[in-house]
Design a protein around this ligand. Structure first.
Ligand SMILES: [Zn+2]
Length: 232
C-alpha cells in the first residue's frame, strides 16, 4: 500500500514503456495490424490476480475478460448484452479462440458477498443487481450439488475459497448454456478449462481429472491435459 498511488502508477507506466516495450519492440510492431490469440481468460477483477504475469504470456497471446467473481450470466436477452458476453462472443465467433479458461481465486470477495447474503447490498443497487448472476450458483452449492464435487474442497477451510472453487467449475458448465459455445465444444473447436489461482502460494492450479481436485501444474498433469485436447 502506498500513500501516493497516482505517482506510483504513472511511474510504473513510464518504467514499463522504457524497459519492457523496448525489449518487445518487434513483437508489438507485428501486433499493430491485428491479433490472433489462442487463449481466452475470464477471471475476477480482484487486484491480486494477475493473469498476464501468472501465465508468462506475451501481448497478442491471451484475450481477457474480467468481472467481479468471474460470473457468466444466465442466457437471457438482457444479460447476453453484458460486457463479459460481448468479449466471449467476439473471442469464440470472430477470433476463433480455441482454449477458454475460467480462473477462480482464493479469498474471493464476490463469493464472500454472496455467502453473506446479497440482501445486505440492497443499498448498493448496481452491485446487488450484478451479483444476481451468482445466486443460481450459490443455490446449487447449498442444495447439496457440492457433495458431488466434495473432493474439490478437501484440505480447504475458507468458506469463500470453497465457494470460489465450486464457482469456477460451475461457470465452465454455465458457458455451455450458450449455443455459440456449446456447438463449438461439441465439434472439438473449443475447449473449456477451469483453473484456480491460490493467492498465498502465488500459483495457478489446474484440475487433475484423476484426483478430482485442483493441484499444482507439473509435467505429468500438463501431458494429461494436452492429451485430452489432442495437442500432445
Ligand atoms: Zn474475486
Amino acid at each position: 500500500m502506498t500513500d501516493k498511488p497516482l505517482k506510483k502508477f504513472l511511474h510504473g507506466v513510464m518504467e514499463f514503456q522504457q524497459t519492457k516495450t523496448k525489449e518487445s519492440k518487434s513483437l508489438y510492431e507485428n501486433l499493430a495490424s491485428g491479433q490472433a490469440p489462442n487463449c481466452f481468460v475470464l477471471t475476477c477483477s480482484d487486484s491480486r490476480v494477475l493473469p498476464l504475469y501468472s501465465s508468462n504470456s506475451k501481448g497478442g497471446e491471451v484475450f481477457y475478460a474480467r468481472n467481479v467473481g468471474n460470473l457468466i450470466p444466465e442466457p437471457t436477452e438482457e444479460k447476453t448484452k453484458s460486457d463479459v458476453m460481448g468479449s466471449l462472443i467476439y473471442a469464440a465467433s470472430h477470433l476463433g479462440v480455441k482454449h477458454f479458461f475460467i480462473v477462480g481465486h482464493s479469498d474471493c470477495g464476490a463469493m464472500g458477498a454472496l455467502l453473506g447474503g446479497r440482501e445486505k447490498l440492497k443499498h448498493q443497487k448496481l452491485l446487488y443487481w450484478y451479483l444476481e448472476d451468482g445466486e443460481q450458483m450459490l443455490q446449487e452449492y447449498r442444495n447439496g450439488i457440492q457433495e458431488k464435487y466434495s473432493k474439490l474442497y478437501s484440505e480447504i477451510d475458507n468458506p469463500k475459497t470453497k465457494l470460489a472453487i465450486f464457482n469456477c467449475q460451475y461457470q465452465c458448465r454455465q458457458l455451455l448454456k450458450y449455443d455459440f459455445m456449446s456447438e463449438k465444444v461439441k465439434e472439438g473447436k473449443i475447449f473449456i478449462h477451469p483453473l484456480f489461482y491460490d493467492i498465498k502460494k502465488c500459483e495457478i492450479l489446474a484440475m487433475d481429472p484423476e484426483k478430482e481436485k485442483f493441484v499444482s501444474l507439473d509435467e505429468s498433469l500438463i501431458e494429461k491435459m494436452l492429451k485430452s485436447v489432442g495437442e500432445n
